[in-house]
Design a protein around this ligand. Structure first.
Ligand code: PEP
Length: 244
């Protein structure tokens, strides 16, 4: 089977005014230009910064992504952004089904599946987020929950080149808590059995320069989706360097 090149993806969430975002993007691009990364790099800025960040990283090899997309291509959907618009703005990836969308905006698996399909319609790679809550983990239901999310959120036409899974336990996001390496590997192993062969599975949830080495060395971990630590170029780069 072809080697899965690791992907290090930064989810900037709702952070950054123009000057911050462009400065961060330039610093990451500079690392990438001179550092010959051993992984794929991706930044997902807030929608207002997609275009200037795209300009700042141009030619660096760092890819650009959106944080969400609407199911529809266009129309009367005030405030929404279509996958086609992201593609047109220079994106090649889009995050869908992040827990902050599933829980904060009540997104169901059906809606998430429609967004994945929209991403593919526009020619974007979908980074589909799944993960259990703390209560579900304490009840030992993490694999059941993740399998249900995968079954409900992946359209039937999935192929490895257009789908990335991000396993993000809800209780690990932004909390400093991280599952044990064995627990991460176990959930990733289970995910791998139900997705197209060769598709990458990222771990996400409080990844930082200190814990990334162990997480990224796990057989089943093909990279990381990073929130807080992606807002500092040196930290983001240190995580990328752990892929070497
Ligand atoms: C995320 O929100 O996708 C995430 C992983 O955040 P953090 O790294 O801050 O836990």
């Amino acid at each position: 089977m072809a080697l899965r090149r690791k992907l290090i993806a930064g989810n900037w969430k709702m952070n950054g005014l123009r000057a911050d975002g462009i400065g961060l993007a330039r610093a990451i691009a500079e690392h990438a230009r001179i550092g010959n990364p051993a992984c794929d790099l991706l930044v997902c800025p807030p929608a207002t910064l997609v275009v200037p960040v795209g300009e700042a990283i141009a030619g660096s090899g760092v890819a650009l992504g959106g944080q969400d997309c609407a199911p529809a291509e266009k129309g009367a959907f005030t405030g929404d952004i279509s996958a086609e618009m992201l593609k047109d703005a220079g994106c090649s990836y889009v995050i869908v089904g992040h827990s902050e969308r599933r829980h904060g905006h009540g997104e169901s698996d059906d809606e998430v599946r429609a967004k994945v399909a929209a991403a593919w319609r526009a020619g974007l790679v979908a980074i589909l987020c799944v993960g259990e809550t703390r209560a579900e983990r304490e009840a030992g239901r993490e694999v059941v929950v993740v399998n249900r999310q995968l079954a409900g959120s992946i359209p039937g036409t999935a192929t490895a080149d257009k789908l990335v899974i991000a396993y993000e336990p809800v209780w690990a996001i932004g909390t400093g808590l991280v599952p044990t390496p064995a627990d991460v590997n176990a959930v990733h192993h289970s995910i791998r059995s139900v997705i197209p062969q060769g598709a990458r599975i990222l771990y996400g949830g409080s990844v930082n320069p200190k814990n990334c080495g162990e997480l990224l060395s796990l057989d089943e971990v093909d990279g990381a989706l990073i929130g807080g630590a992606s807002l500092k170029a040196d930290d983001f780069w240190a995580i990328a360097e752990a892929c070497r």
